[in-house]
Write a protein of this length. Structure first.
Length: 403
């Protein structure tokens, strides 16, 4: 189980002539381009290895799990081996080469008059109920925003960040993404920063983006914040797992989806109101997922029109689906779906729909037409899928939904 880049190149040179089989190597998504760049990538520096190794990424945890299961001899990782991996076989001749450090950064736009500096680490925040919440650690704001956990355990507030091990993790039972503390914090931008904000641009936090579940960056992020680990039964982020949008704090979708603003939106947006249910708007915490197979081919064109009455056709929906995006019931296993103008019958569904492009008979404002973009389809209307390695190392074909 030698986990070294040198071993990888020697292995490639030694057996490339014996087999033409393409081998899949898993590891950090952060290092995907560094491994695969056709000119400067690691594999490109050794053509004998590049000819039969396909670096698919999938996350540091996936690569580590493959090594633990003896399915791989090495894995590029954006974090160090965890304790369980190092304890698998203490007599095993394993090791690592540290070639770079994976970095996490919190950045803000610097503009005159806003006076927002660092995330706050102390002070009290008044709550609408009449109480207050006191900040005691630099981790607190991010713990509340991303994980809905507002506890100030001694293991967190007193932890020395220079120690190699992170603070003790908070239990998932403390997760409350709809709490008064979280809503108060993210609904007023100045609450999150030590220096506050002093102008009218400091309103609410719109979105907080995070990496996918299997990413080594996600592992590091959760460890630094003492949030629970991702598992098959535990989803520590407020949105849920990597393809869910279940944050109870919702934001209205901006723009019209074809010339400006966001290209996806949940169905029901109350006129002039603030979205409240998970079927409305978009959540504050949203995942950024990088599939390992290009599932977006052809999905770059606009649908027929950006007004009511564009071109629509029938597409099949999964068994058990009872309601279509337009609010009508499923008919014969099909729903009406937008497509490109002039497309032949049963084709042209690989397009991006605008906010107001709705089927005939439904007036503008009935719902947000960008709800169709949450499910990516090919030209024939079939739901696109992508291969994704689960956190336990298995590979699954997942539909491109909640995009």
């Amino acid at each position: 189980m030698k986990r070294t880049l040198t071993a990888a190149m020697l292995l490639g040179a030694g057996i490339s002539g014996a087999s033409a089989q393409q081998l899949q190597m898993a590891g950090s998504d952060t290092l995907f381009e560094m491994m695969n760049d056709p000119i400067d990538g690691v594999l490109a520096q050794c053509p004998a290895a590049d000819a039969f190794i396909d670096y698919v990424g999938g996350g540091s945890s996936t690569g580590e799990n493959n090594m633990r299961a003896d399915a791989a001899e090495l894995a590029p990782m954006s974090r160090f081996l965890n304790a369980a991996a190092c304890a698998d076989n203490p007599d095993n001749d394993s090791g690592c080469y540290l070639h770079s450090l994976d970095g996490l950064a919190v950045a803000a736009v610097e503009s005159a008059g806003e006076n927002c500096n660092a995330l706050r680490w102390d002070g009290a925040m008044a709550l609408p109920s009449g109480g207050s919440y006191t900040f005691e650690n630099w981790r607190t704001v991010l713990r509340i925003v991303y994980g809905g956990i507002s506890s100030q355990a001694a293991s967190i507030t007193g932890h020395n960040p220079c120690l190699p091990a992170g603070p003790s993790r908070s239990p998932i039972a403390e997760k409350d993404c709809g709490s008064e503390v979280r809503r108060t914090l993210i609904n007023t931008w100045s609450n999150m920063f030590q220096g506050g904000c002093v102008n009218g641009a400091c309103t609410e936090l719109k979105h907080a983006f995070r990496r996918d579940d299997a990413s080594g960056t996600t592992d590091t992020f959760l460890e630094l914040l003492a949030l629970p680990n991702v598992s098959a039964t535990v989803a520590p982020f407020c949105n849920g797992n990597e393809i869910e949008d279940n944050d109870p704090v919702r934001r209205a979708c901006t723009g019209n989806g074809f010339a400006n603003g966001e290209q996806v939106c949940k169905r029901n947006i109350p006129a002039g109101g603030v979205p409240t249910a998970t079927t409305e708007g978009l959540g504050v915490v949203l995942p950024v997922l990088t599939p390992q197979v290009n599932a977006f081919a052809g999905a770059s064109q606009l649908c027929a029109n950006v007004a009511v009455g564009g071109s629509f056709g029938d597409v099949g929906v999964p068994f058990g689906t009872t309601s279509c995006p337009d609010g009508t019931g499923v008919r014969g296993g099909n729903c009406r779906w937008p497509k490109r103008q002039g497309s032949a019958a049963g084709t042209g569904f690989n397009c991006i729909n605008g906010r107001n492009n709705l089927p005939l008979g439904l007036p503008s404002g009935t719902f947000d037409g960008r709800v169709y973009n949450l499910t990516l389809r090919n030209a024939a209307g079939q739901t696109l899928t992508y291969q994704r390695r689960n956190t336990n190392g298995t590979i699954a074909n997942r539909p491109m939904t909640a995009a």
